[in-house]
Ligand binder design. Structure first.
Ligand SMILES: C[S@@+](CC[C@H](N)C(=O)[O-])C[C@H]1O[C@@H](n2cnc3c(N)ncnc32)[C@H](O)[C@@H]1O
Length: 217
């Protein structure tokens, strides 16, 4: 894609991203999405759960996923997670990889998780925190344009988060983007959309399981 087109997309979309944004989704993740692959795969040895944040912005969604997973995995041995964050903007991806945020950004993170999942800078006057290495190691980030016809991403994700991006696309483009994303979920995998992005009218092999959460049939 030409640089001008990328700048145009950057100027019409926002990069707003918060930790634990739309918190109900993370309850669904913990209570419905996570137990399922674990129950299915653990009989055959250690299980890796795969998530994709398909418009990850500066990484808050990805690191929220690492925190929810870490809490879930605490009482269960032999579990690991692999979390891919992609975005069209290389600028936001640079921030995501560094994983350094202003202290106020982590205000929505529950206190217990904050203690375990972030490091404070020695000089408190900087007001910065960094996600701990153990969580950063679960993640990888790459530039990806969701409008491309194909992309080199695995096709066996347990959950794909594509939140607060579809609203910027026209309905026919939304349909194409969603159909492609569904191919990257394995059967029974979950798709999370933003709370203002219902699926009404689209032809997709998905069942609704909670508000703006869908399961690949
Ligand atoms: C509002 S943020 C959403 C962040 C996160 N998903 C959330 O809900 O908090 C939208 C992100 O989509 C990215 N974006 C815009 N167009 C895109 C495209 N065609 N492909 C991939 N990412 C895109 C923007 O760069 C921006 O970081």
């Amino acid at each position: 894609m030409q640089d001008e087109a990328v700048h145009l997309i950057d100027s019409v979309t926002t990069n707003k991203a918060d930790f634990f944004r739309e918190p109900e989704h993370f309850r669904v993740l913990r209570d419905m999405t996570l137990p399922q692959p674990v129950a299915g795969r653990r009989s055959s040895g250690p299980a890796t759960i795969k998530f994709w944040s398909a418009a990850s912005s500066t990484g808050a969604e990805v690191y929220t996923l690492t925190m929810v997973f870490a809490e879930f995995a605490q009482q269960r041995s032999g579990l690991s997670a692999s979390i891919l964050g992609t975005d069209i903007s290389t600028e936001v991806l640079r921030i995501a990889v560094r994983a350094i945020y202003p202290e106020q950004a982590i205000a929505p993170v529950p206190m217990e998780l904050r203690r375990r999942c972030v490091l404070r800078s020695r000089d408190a006057s900087h007001g910065l925190v960094r996600i701990v290495p153990a969580l950063r190691r679960m993640t990888h980030f790459a530039r990806l344009n969701l409008m491309e016809a194909e992309y080199p991403v695995d096709t066996d994700y347990d959950a794909v988060f594509c939140r607060n991006i579809l609203i910027y696309f026209e309905p026919p483009v939304q349909q194409e983007v969603l159909s492609r994303l569904c191919r990257h979920l394995h059967r029974g995998g979950y798709l999370f959309l933003g709370h203002t992005e219902p699926l009404a009218g689209f032809k997709l092999q998905l069942q609704s399981v909670a508000s703006t959460v869908f399961r690949r049939a």
